[in-house]
Design a protein around this ligand. Sequence first.
Ligand code: ATP
Ligand code: MG
Length: 432
Amino acid sequence: MSQTLQAVRGMNDILPDEAEVWEHFEDLVRDWLRSYGYRPIRMPIVEPTPLFKRAIGEVTDIVEKEMYSFEDALNGEHLTLRPEGTASCVRAAIQHKMLFAGGQRLYYQGPMFRHERPQKGRYRQFHQIGVEALGFSGPDIDAELILMCARLWDDLGLEDVRLELNSLGSADERARHRADLITYLEGHQAILDDDARRRLYSNPLRILDTKNPDLQEMVEKAPRLVDYLGADSVAHFEGVQAILRDAGIPYRINPRLVRGLDYYNRTVFEWVTNRLGAQGTVCAGGRYDGLVELLGGKAAPAAGFAMGVERLLALWHESGGQAEQVQPDVYVVHAGELAQRFAFRAAEALRGYGFAVLTHCGGGSFKSQMKKADASGAQLAVVIGDDEAAAGLVGLKPLRGPGAQQQITLDQLSEAVAACLYPEEGDEYGSL
Ligand code: ATP
Ligand code: MG
């Protein structure tokens, strides 16, 4: 026997029970995004490799070791499965001249790919919901982005998600901080790990983001970027915080929060929980005013965030969240050739009314079909034999509550089903 094939390590199948939860979540997320005026955008999953190298930065975990890159066998183009969405979203906005029309509030969702060590909350194919506000420079939009996250946590009933906030200032401010930081890190050369040593001169800020426990103490005492902010950056950061305070959203300023990606400036934030073990960041974002120009567009400010869907759903389960079970309203059982044809007509008539209907397929006795009807979770069974079909009649049988089977015509069926499912609205449907 040949070996059974398995999914790629770190890439998950999402089976129906869980996929229904995802769909429920996605519905909720769509309503939430609309309520803030964000509009959908869909970008390709594959992009030219240079897009990510330029946008995310050569000296980052993602570009150095996490990208799925390959050469197109037909034309030799260098391509990459997107590891995140911001670069593609900004590329699309530039390519389609969207920013000439003013500020754009956009969102996207879908799979992202990173070659990481798979573990709980960390996968090689994972999903993000990304939100980008392009063309807005003020602290108001940064605050809006944070407020909308808080509302989603509330809508989902998530517990124990806290906000960490920092400002990365401007390029000049970072340059001054960087010089002092390098001097400080040079003083601790001996304990730096390989990553840190490599980044010492190319990307020292990133060393503050290290996950190596041996470096934590040294990193805690490093010069803090917040102490280097000029008046404009301080005012911007204050502006964000004032709106958060007004909205009653608690936060902690975390001077070590620098984010894993190169393109951030000013406000950066993460939403973190202790309930998911090591992979506790459910959402991360901030301002990235330089990216549009870096990718060849006319300079425009921007801010955004991305949430990890797997982590959010894990936290949602953890907080007792449950999606409504998806069940049919009606299960149609039938025996006989004429009955089967009539069953299809009955089912389509009901669907035309908006009911969810499972038509029994695969034959079997009435008894075994009724068992399936019961197990389906449907409230009602429509029962059709050849005799009924010949007379243009169907049986309607409640599966959950009391009540006898009624014999009715096909024309009466949809209203009879409505009356059974929504008895309190009986007047609206008229009595039968
Ligand atoms: P981490 O520090 O956990 O590696 P990151 O800084 O690389 O996160 P971002 O690039 O900011 O993550 O992505 C935004 C969000 O996407 C993260 O906060 C997380 O919720 C989710 N995420 C990132 N990488 C993964 C992954 N490999 N598997 C599952 N979710 C992920
Ligand atoms: Mg990462």
